[in-house]
Design a protein around this ligand. Structure first.
Ligand code: GAP
Length: 459
């Protein structure tokens, strides 16, 4: 099989497993689906929550220099003027006049020429003409001009005349709470403010499963530094931490690469921007971004709100507008990378076992508990007792449906690190159960009263 087929095959396998096993469902499916949107199913939401917790613990709870917030999705419309989103948050749109399909012009060109012309609409038009790029949908060559398309979703709010926007990134809420954080939290530079939440972008083309969505989640930090601080080592450290995080989520270093934006692609206020890319089956693509944004955001919000957003240092009596480094993580892209990295096919006794080898701390279910037979009340009762005891410390699942082999396969496919089976020896002999390890498939017998200690060491 060619590499290309193998890769698209892997995406198909992941998408099908996600639906079959309750990680992700195409949303609004009974109404025919809604343009590349997905619902996280029961295992998907556990995986997502575990990743959020891992992130929050690493970047907020375990750090004395970062605090968290949870701001609203609908914010004052003036702030998007200040940040430049109302006029500048655009992608290049081109319409096929024949089949009426819409495309991102920069993506069309890049696929054919390999050249990234983002932001240069006239050059894109020229490249489409010169390279005779045809519509990928209908094969025709009848394009509209390349137009700017603003990605913000608009809505209305009672009592407000101007349109309101669904936030296109979580970062904005952090900047506009900067003063409240200074006033309430005794923070000292350098310090960070973190937020996890939904963001909305009316992407011209969504796709590649959950890679490009119109409603997605971000995990962002604004890390404020003194303008005179030597920022390069801090920037480097953030890059390393971002890569460390995704490796903790199971991604291998060899599948990551850094892509520094060339100076001509940087916004006028940015000193440096580096994307961390992951080797998705459809190529190396942006997973996370880290940007040095100077004092642009605080200065703009100060100008537009007429509030003083300076930081006052009580020791030096100095007032400064801090600079900011912005590590930005896409949660759905993290989930996709995690699913791809965990997916393994193994030959076991002439059969193929599909197993999701998630790192244990992010596995949706930690322990599954089975009675050997569901029609033996003593086995069922004992299994349910074990479930009741373990459920306080671990996400557990009780399962009595199908043969033990089938139940193991099901748990392998959702990545459950341990399965416990209660059998007749449990009841008749020594009060032990079988504990089966997902990765080695080895089974050991453990006394029920020792299970808590056993898992405390393993999980
Ligand atoms: N505040 C900076 C910011 O929003 P960005 O590069 O536009 O920067 C940050 O987005 C991250 O959000 C990306 O690296 C990606 O992981 C995620 N992201 C952006 N657009 C997305 C989309 N349409 N669907 C899923 N994730 C997206």
């Amino acid at each position: 099989m060619s590499k290309q087929n193998e890769n698209s095959n892997k995406m198909e396998k992941i998408i099908s497993l996600c639906k079959r096993r309750g990680f992700l469902f195409p949303a609004s499916e009974i109404y025919g689906g809604l343009a590349n949107s997905y619902s996280y199913g029961p295992y998907g939401v556990e995986l997502k929550n575990n990743l959020k917790q891992l992130w929050w613990k690493k970047f907020v709870s375990e750090r004395s220099d970062v605090v968290g917030i949870d701001g609203p999705i609908l914010l004052h419309p003036k702030m998007w003027e200040a940040s430049g989103h109302t006029t500048g948050f655009n992608d290049a749109l081109v319409d096929c006049k024949k089949c009426k399909k819409r495309f991102r012009a920069d993506h069309l060109v890049e696929e054919v020429t390999g050249e990234d012309l983002e932001g240069e609409n006239k050059k894109m038009e020229k490249a489409i003409k010169e390279n005779k790029i045809k519509c990928p949908e209908c094969g025709d060559f009848d394009w509209s001009e390349v137009k700017k398309f603003n990605l913000m979703f608009q809505t209305e709010m009672n009592g407000i005349e101007e349109p309101i926007y669904f936030r296109p990134e979580t970062a904005g809420a952090i900047f506009i709470e900067f003063k409240n954080i200074l006033d309430s939290m005794r923070v000292k530079l350098p310090f960070g403010v973190a937020q996890i939440g939904k963001a909305f972008r009316n992407e011209i083309v969504a796709g590649n499963f959950i890679f490009r969505l119109r409603e997605f989640e971000q995990m962002e930090i604004e890390y404020f530094i003194h303008p005179k601080t030597k920022w390069e080592p801090i920037f480097k450290n953030w890059l390393e931490l971002m890569e460390e995080f995704v490796q903790e989520a199971g991604v291998e270093k060899k599948d990551l690469k850094r892509n520094e934006h060339p100076p001509e692609k940087l916004s006028h206020y940015s000193r440096k921007t580096v994307d961390i890319e992951y080797k998705f089956p459809f190529g190396f693509k942006e997973l996370y971004g880290l940007a040095h944004r100077g004092d642009f955001d605080l200065s703009q919000h100060s100008k537009y709100s007429r509030e003083n957003l300076e930081y006052y240092d009580p020791e030096t009596k100095e007032k400064v507008v801090p600079h900011v480094l912005e590590p930005s993580f896409g949660l759905d892209r993290t989930i996709l990378a995690t699913l791809l990295a965990a997916y393994k096919e193994e030959k076991v006794e002439k059969e193929t076992r599909i197993v999701m080898k998630f790192p244990k701390k992010i596995a949706p279910i930690k322990i599954a508990i089975f009675p050997l037979l569901k029609n033996k009340p003593e086995l069922v009762k004992k299994s349910q007792e074990i479930f009741e005891n373990l459920k306080y410390n671990y996400t557990c699942e009780y399962d009595e449906v199908g043969s033990i082999g089938k139940r193991y396969r099901r748990q392998d496919e959702v990545g459950t690190p341990y399965c416990i089976t209660v059998d007749f020896d449990t009841l008749e002999k020594d009060n032990t159960v079988t504990v089966r390890d997902r990765d080695s498939m080895k089974q050991v017998r453990i006394k029920i009263e020792e299970l808590e200690n056993y898992f405390a060491e393993k999980l």
